[in-house]
Design a protein around this ligand. Sequence first.
Ligand code: FES
Length: 65
Amino acid sequence: MTTTNQIEPEDIIICDCSGTTKAKILQLIDNGADDIDKISRATGAVSGCGSCDILVADLLNEYGK
Ligand code: FES
């Protein structure tokens, strides 16, 4: 069996336009980001095509405080 480089869940790209990863968004949420605007300003996510807004919202709902 060959070993492959596995992509960790945290390495998943949430926003293709800005290349923002799940790990980056979770780090921002950990540091107190509590809405999409704050995450967008910090990463550029949701400022391109906007199709990732639901994914960012889901992360906020799941991991936000
Ligand atoms: S995928 Fe995030 S703005 Fe386009």
